[in-house]
Design a protein around this ligand. Structure first.
Ligand SMILES: NC(=O)c1ccc[n+]([C@@H]2O[C@H](COP(=O)([O-])OP(=O)(O)OC[C@H]3O[C@@H](n4cnc5c(N)ncnc54)[C@H](O)[C@@H]3O)[C@@H](O)[C@H]2O)c1
Length: 248
């Protein structure tokens, strides 16, 4: 399959979960992939498994200096960047608003929100110089609504912000052929939450019209579509992938 032939994609948080599923799916669809994560050993092992079409860079998405390194490594390895997937994210803590510390608020916001700004800022020059690109920002259903059971206020506010930044940059660079979309997964079984979902069990599944949790590869399929030229007139849009949860 070559739906992504010619694409050079940076994927953050690619050591596990949705990012790892995306890295696998992108390589098997013909893309060159720059995987980044703070879980260096795990990320590097997956890059080796994926072969010459993937490299791994040890990178904290909250660091602007780190973003410079990632962009340089990407261009050196594979040429101009066509695709950015801002995927890395954390829940941080499960805490009520009264008890959420300022430190945790800033830590969660830096990883989930500031990172998306820094990532888009870092790749835009490469995309502008090379005729466009596609940016996919991984928000959440928590960026659409404050659903019961959301872990904390900072997670929700950061995911709403990702949705807003997506629209801003889509409008700002639409005439430069740079497309920017947000995706909004519901409950997807990954290392982030599989224990919590197992524990919640039937109760959690029951609020999903499709009566099951999502799989990381299903989110990767949406990312492929938005990264490919098949979605060439889609920008500034939010894409729910939640088994119908928010529809109810
Ligand atoms: N799993 C779900 O149900 C769900 C639902 C909605 C949205 N999301 C979002 O999807 C994205 C991917 O989540 P996942 O479920 O695959 O989680 P995950 O925990 O399995 O994977 C996230 C990856 O991000 C990396 N990461 C964390 N902080 C980082 C940092 N500062 N710099 C670089 N990498 C960092 C982690 O090391 C990990 O490899 C996240 O943004 C998450 O908020 C997840």
């Amino acid at each position: 399959m070559d739906r992504l032939k010619g694409k050079v994609a940076i994927i953050t948080g690619a050591a596990q979960g949705m990012g790892a599923a995306a890295a696998r799916a992108f390589v098997s669809n013909g893309a060159k992939v720059i995987m980044t994560d703070i879980k260096a050993e795990k990320g590097a092992a997956l890059a080796i498994e994926l072969g010459e079409d993937a490299i791994f860079v040890d990178h904290d998405v909250g660091s602007s200096a780190g973003w410079k390194t990632v962009v340089e490594a990407a261009e050196k390895a594979y040429g101009p960047i066509t695709t950015l997937i801002n995927n890395a994210g954390i829940v941080g803590v499960v805490e009520g608003t009264i008890d959420l510390t300022e430190e945790d608020y800033h830590r969660i916001s830096a990883t989930n929100q500031t990172s998306v700004f820094l990532g888009m800022q870092a790749v835009l020059p490469s995309m502008l110089a090379n005729g466009g690109g596609s940016i996919i920002n991984n928000s959440s259903i928590a960026g659409m609504a404050a659903v019961v059971g959301c872990p904390n206020l900072a997670y929700v506010s950061s995911k709403f912000a990702v949705r807003g930044m997506t629209k801003h940059v889509a409008v700002e660079y639409g005439d430069k052929n740079i497309r920017v979309n947000s995706i909004h997964p519901g409950y997807v079984k990954t290392p982030m939450n599989e224990d919590a979902l197992d524990e919640a069990g039937y109760e959690a599944v029951n609020v999903i019209p499709m009566r099951r949790f999502g799989e990381a590869y299903e989110v990767a399929n949406l990312m492929i579509f938005l990264a490919s030229d098949e979605s060439s007139f889609i920008t500034g849009a939010e894409h729910l992938i939640d088994g119908g949860m928010i529809a109810g």
